[in-house]
Design a protein around this ligand. Structure first.
Ligand SMILES: *Cc1c(COP(=O)(O)O)cnc(C)c1O
Length: 469
């Protein structure tokens, strides 16, 4: 591809992207493709000779696009959002064009220094004290793994990386039953082992970890000869939005000198609105906090903001510093690869800079407040609808419901009917023993009319009469 072709196809791709975004409300959110359909459309072997770009692009439009789930669809109410505001897509295009590796300061000084600034902007925007420093990780899973590795090293007197786990007592890590599977995986990968992840029951309207039970579990483990290493708190659990009482949990952890990490992957974005910060009151006491601007805030995946009270613990755990990576004599510079598990790093700060400037914090706060309000309104309408029952109350913009008294089969049938219909997209979860349908509002371009469509579709496919508007 020569320079002219590159310019032409970049422009074609940009036009396609703009048309695509503009057409989303006319598309089914989840594609209507059968398993294997796309696979069978792709030849078994790569071409020996160069193919024409027109044909490649036509196949993209004809084979790939129809098989995509439209995460940027304004009526995407499944999982959590993975918003990519158009302005962040523009920044990602520039990043792709430069394609720099940003592992060391000297391998991209501007990327490193913009990252430092953006993490300060975000830290202040979500109300964390300025004693925290930040790094952009590829995912919350990576941030949590890094935090668990710090817990391990700290508990082993910084000898685990060299000596391994064989010699010491069993390390123990604590969290609630509401945490995301990335916590379980961090425990596996760190070698601590799932048997040593102690899940404390959650209680109360916010489904929070029972702090007294946490304290009792830690004491029992110490008495049994185990070594507690850390506590993972949760703000906005994936299933129903559970939020720990971080003040209480961190106080218990501190009393036992344990490292604390808070997973706020989804809900953290809402903390740009001061009125929601009570959900994570006490967070300022944590050692490590992660949230994903690539979920609700609008920074294209991947962009996970990881804040640390003392980055030295993390660098002590993860820095390798072989000779060829050393940047001799340049004091005061940050090499962010020492703050994360992967070495190579994309330039992720640019899309945050574009996003925060193009929308302003007020613009982003308006979006999040609207999502919460529309979700709460929808929940109230469903509650008032005969034949629907609310199973869990809104946590920010997430609540669950099902057909009143339905068994799991009937609930799942409704989810499937809704998703095959295509006007909206929802997913299910388990609440206690019951299957529940999750609704979360969070897509960047969602409008109030989209919540109305959700209500109409749910009523129509559940066969219940909508309440009068
Ligand atoms: C989405 C989510 C994660 C995982 O985030 P990744 O960035 O995909 O690793 C972890 N915890 C919670 C609460 C989440 O919502």
């Amino acid at each position: 591809m020569n320079t002219d072709d590159f310019a032409e196809w970049s422009a074609r791709a940009a036009q396609w992207g703009a048309d695509y975004r503009a057409s989303l409300r006319d598309r089914a959110v989840r594609p209507r493709v059968a398993p294997g359909q796309t696979y069978r459309s792709i030849p078994a072997a790569p071409p020996e000779r160069a193919e024409d770009m027109e044909q490649i692009f036509a196949d993209f439009e004809g084979i790939i696009a129809p098989g995509m789930t439209h995460w940027q669809h304004p009526r995407f109410f499944a999982y959590f959002p993975a918003n990519a505001a158009p302005v962040s897509v523009v920044a990602e295009y520039l990043v792709s064009a430069m394609a720099a590796q940003c592992m060391l300061w000297q391998t991209s000084p501007a990327a490193t220094e913009l990252e430092t600034r953006m993490m300060q902007w975000l830290r202040d925007a979500i109300g964390l004290p300025d004693s925290f420093e930040g790094v952009i990780q590829d995912s919350a899973s990576s941030a949590t793994l890094a935090a668990v590795l710090v817990m391990r090293e700290r508990a082993l007197g910084w000898a685990g990386n060299s000596a391994g786990l064989r010699a010491g007592p069993q390390l123990r890590i604590y969290c609630s039953a509401e945490v995301h599977s990335s916590i379980d995986r961090a425990i596996w990968i760190s070698g601590i082992g799932a048997d040593n992840l102690v899940k404390i029951p959650s209680t109360g309207p916010r489904h929070s970890m029972d702090a007294a039970a946490l304290d009792a579990a830690i004491r029992a483990d110490i008495a049994a000869g185990h070594r507690p290493a850390g506590v993972i708190g949760c703000t906005g659990g994936t299933s129903i939005g559970g939020c720990d009482d971080l003040g209480a949990v961190i106080a218990v952890a501190r009393a036992h000198d344990l490292y604390t990490h808070v997973d706020a992957a989804w809900a953290g974005s809402a903390m740009i609105c001061p009125e929601f910060r009570s959900l994570w009151a006490g967070v300022e006491g944590a050692d490590s906090v992660v949230f994903n601007p690539h979920k609700w805030l609008g920074a294209q995946f991947d962009c996970s903001a990881h804040f640390l009270r003392n980055p030295d613990d993390l660098v002590r755990t993860l820095a390798i510093q072989p000779e060829f990576l050393k940047t001799h004599g340049a004091d005061g510079i940050i090499n962010y690869s020492e703050w994360s598990v992967p070495l190579g790093r994309r330039f992720r700060a640019l899309k945050l800079w574009f996003l925060l400037r193009a929308h302003g914090l007020e613009g982003l706060r308006d979006m999040i407040r609207n999502h919460v309000r529309w979700s709460v309104d929808l929940c109230e309408k469903l509650r008032a609808t005969e034949g629907i029952e609310i199973l869990t109350e809104p946590m920010l913009s997430l609540f669950t419901f099902r057909p009143a008294g339905a068994d799991d089969t009937a609930t799942l049938a409704l989810v499937e009917a809704i998703n095959n219909d295509g006007r909206i997209y929802l997913t299910q979860t388990r609440v206690g023993d019951a299957l529940a349908i999750r609704f979360q509002a969070g897509q960047f371009d969602m409008q109030e009319q989209d919540a109305q469509v959700a209500y109409d579709v749910i009523c129509e496919l559940a066969g219940v009469a909508p309440v009068a508007r």
